[in-house]
Ligand binder design. Structure first.
Ligand code: IPE
Ligand code: IPE
Ligand code: MG
Length: 242
């Protein structure tokens, strides 16, 4: 980032920023490279941006890394993404040493390879005591599946007599989601030119500000993020009021 870019004061930053890390494949194809190379480059950008956000003092950063629909991709591409996840989990504790970051996974990780599940558990457990930025990594995440899972938990409690029907409300469902206890995203960022949410945080995004950019994720810079923060600062959030 150019040193001339003035930073939005910390107290005006969004508390929770969520990013759809999109455009890896197109970045690679435009260079005549296999899509996998785009994912490698995208993983590097993810490390840089997440470290920057921790230093910048965000409360929560959520990144969309792999959706419930991404299993429909060629197996070779899925394998690359899972290997990058392995690399990341191996490094996570070192990357965030002294940063007090707490990594948390959103999505059904029970279908991932056993070694990945073990590393996820270790990472979450060893960072559990940290009280700095929460870094949510959405893997095998889909908002519809997340909501269905929450509804099933509630239905179970009603069926077993633990919960009266009229105790079901929006707050209760929020507490059954992977983001339970966290503020809803204030700002959702999607690079790569696509103007859609692609099954990301559908419940939590009810009043999120959306910010789109044509930059592909592997080209995404801290300066783009800071631009999004300034644009966010200019929004007038009314939440249905006047
Ligand atoms: C985002 O980049 C990463 C994942 C979905 C895993 P894409 O792989 O979707 O890249 P494009 O959108 O095809 O360019
Ligand atoms: C959303 O991107 C999922 C992630 C970035 C992980 P996709 O590339 O899967 O979304 P669509 O297919 O363009 O909607
Ligand atoms: Mg995409």
């Amino acid at each position: 980032m150019g040193s001339k870019q003035k930073l939005l004061p910390r107290e005006r930053l969004p508390r929770h920023v969520a990013i759809i890390m999109d455009g890896n494949g197109r970045w690679a194809r435009r260079r005549g490279m296999p899509r996998q190379m785009g994912h490698q480059r995208g993983a590097k950008v993810f490390r840089e941006i997440s470290l920057y956000c921790a230093d910048r003092g965000l409360q929560v950063l959520t990144v969309y890394a792999f959706s419930t629909e991404n299993w429909s991709r060629p197996q070779k591409e899925i394998d690359t993404i899972m290997d990058l996840l392995r690399d990341y989990l191996r490094d996570a504790l070192t990357i965030f040493r002294d940063k007090n970051v707490r990594v948390h996974f959103l999505g059904d990780v029970s279908v991932l390879a056993k070694d990945i599940q073990d590393m996820i558990r270790e990472t979450e457990e060893s960072m559990h005591v940290h009280d700095g930025m929460i870094l949510n990594i959405a893997i095998n995440y889909g908002a519809r599946a997340e909501i269905v899972r929450g509804v099933q938990q509630i239905a179970w409690d009603v069926k077993s007599g633990k919960l009266p029907l009229d105790a079901i409300n929006a707050d209760l469902l929020s507490q059954k989601l992977y983001t339970a206890g966290q503020p809803d995203p204030d700002l959702i960022i999607r690079p790569s030119g696509e103007l859609r949410l692609s099954n990301f945080l559908l419940w939590q995004s009810a009043y999120s500000e959306l910010w789109f950019s044509d930059v592909l994720w592997p080209d995404f810079k801290v300066a783009d993020l800071e631009q999004a923060f300034w644009d966010y600062d200019r929004r007038n959030r009314r939440f249905g009021g006047v």
